[in-house]
Design a protein around this ligand. Structure first.
Ligand SMILES: NC(=O)c1ccc[n+]([C@@H]2O[C@H](COP(=O)([O-])OP(=O)(O)OC[C@H]3O[C@@H](n4cnc5c(N)ncnc54)[C@H](O)[C@@H]3O)[C@@H](O)[C@H]2O)c1
Length: 346
């Protein structure tokens, strides 16, 4: 299959690109290379036959038309987005422009192309989204695909809007759409402004490890390579018009997760133990959702996908990867806003 992957120089998109090439697909990696992008994430496949990179903004309709006509993809996997909640609090405008207007522009380009080639039945537009669209849970319950949308941050509201657009293009124009909503990802190539790389890198540098609020916010954690496999499963086996929740069956309080990472570093860098002494509670994120939990029964029962990496194994692999890949993360620490406390301008 020839797949147009948007956002393929980002964290999850690059895992999808690497997995798709490994599985024998052709890939057009479309990304405009924002601060969050890094072509080093796809270096291991960039010389593979069937891999092409295109630096294009998903808001640029004319360029998108050209890409579709030149490459004639069989499917689109749409991951390009502004993705950091804290940045969405300080500056929502890029989130509205990319996640909503950009998704609209891409849907229209995909529709124009799909019509121009005779509406092939096998064409797919896979919209990749987040569990954050469902809002915040109390101590009990889980998000299913039927949970009403209740986004609470500019980021999650913009993703909810793009989910609605993708569904509407399926219902109104017949575009063959599938959707997925996933929990928090972690793993290699995670940009160093997100919680897990921040914890690892601050601990390594002997810097305070910031934990928001009381640290008891709960997230479900999924190893990024498992997410990539799930996404390719949804693309190739998912039922048209259907959405699939994807999760790791691995709920943890932020503080538990941080302590686990500190313990992994204590084993690997004992001279600086105990790293947990660096934990510092800081003012909470405004509107911080308390708990997310994913019921991933549908994707397991209907498509046969389950996570393969436990959170214990995935965290150990992630810590080892950061210890071995300083050349990858060191230059990213210089990028705009990295290392700063963001998301306070509410
Ligand atoms: N990170 C998570 O835990 C998580 C969980 C569930 C869903 N998601 C969703 O998965 C997708 C990927 O997330 P991620 O964590 O890899 O994000 P990321 O920020 O690491 O990567 C996003 C990529 O999109 C590109 N991009 C941004 N704006 C663009 C534009 N206008 N045109 C073209 N490319 C553009 C960036 O350059 C970057 O390479 C997003 O849609 C996100 O909402 C993320």
């Amino acid at each position: 299959m020839k797949i147009l992957v948007t956002g393929g120089a980002g964290f999850i998109g690059s895992a999808v690109v690497r997995a798709a090439i490994r599985d024998g697909h052709e890939v057009i990696n479309l990304d405009n290379l924002t601060y969050a992008a890094n072509l080093a994430n796809v270096a291991q496949v960039s010389n593979a036959p069937g891999y092409v990179f295109e630096q294009v903004d998903i808001k640029d309709a004319a360029k998108l038309d050209d890409i579709f006509q030149r490459h004639q993809p069989d499917a689109v996997m749409h991951l390009a987005a502004e993705s950091h909640v804290d940045r969405s609090i300080d500056g929502p405008s890029d989130f509205i422009a990319t996640n909503i207007t950009g998704t609209y522009t891409l849907l229209e380009a995909a529709r124009n192309y799909w019509v121009s080639v005779g509406k092939p039945e096998g064409f797919r537009f896979h919209h990749v989204s987040t569990d954050e669209v469902f809002g915040s849970l109390g101590p009990e319950g889980m998000f299913t695909e039927d949970t009403p949308y209740d986004p609470r941050s500019p980021y999650s509201a913009s993703k909810a809007a793009s989910d609605h657009l993708a569904r509407a293009w399926g219902e109104t124009y017949g575009l063959p759409v599938v959707l997925s909503n996933c929990s928090n990802n972690y793993g290699p190539f995670h940009f160093p402004e997100k919680l897990i790389p921040v914890v690892i890198l601050n601990a390594l540098h002997g810097k305070p490890i910031p934990v928001y609020g009381d640290g008891k916010n709960v997230r479900d954690w999924l190893f990024v390579e498992d997410h990539a496999t799930a996404l390719l499963t949804v693309l190739t086996k998912g039922e048209l018009g259907r959405s699939y929740n994807i999760g790791g069956n691995a709920e943890a309080e932020n503080i538990e997760l941080v302590r686990t990472i500190c313990a992994l570093l204590d084993e690997r860098r004992p001279m600086n133990a105990p790293h947990a002494d660096l934990i510092t509670f800081v003012e909470d994120r405004p509107g911080h959702d308390r708990r997310y939990a994913i019921d991933a029964t549908r994707i397991r029962d209907e498509l046969g996908w389950e996570p393969s990496v436990t959170v214990e194994e995935g965290l150990a692999r992630t810590v080892d990867w950061y210890l071995q890949n300083e050349d990858w993360w060191r230059p990213l620490l210089e990028r705009d806003g990295v290392g700063d406390r963001l998301g306070t301008k509410a």
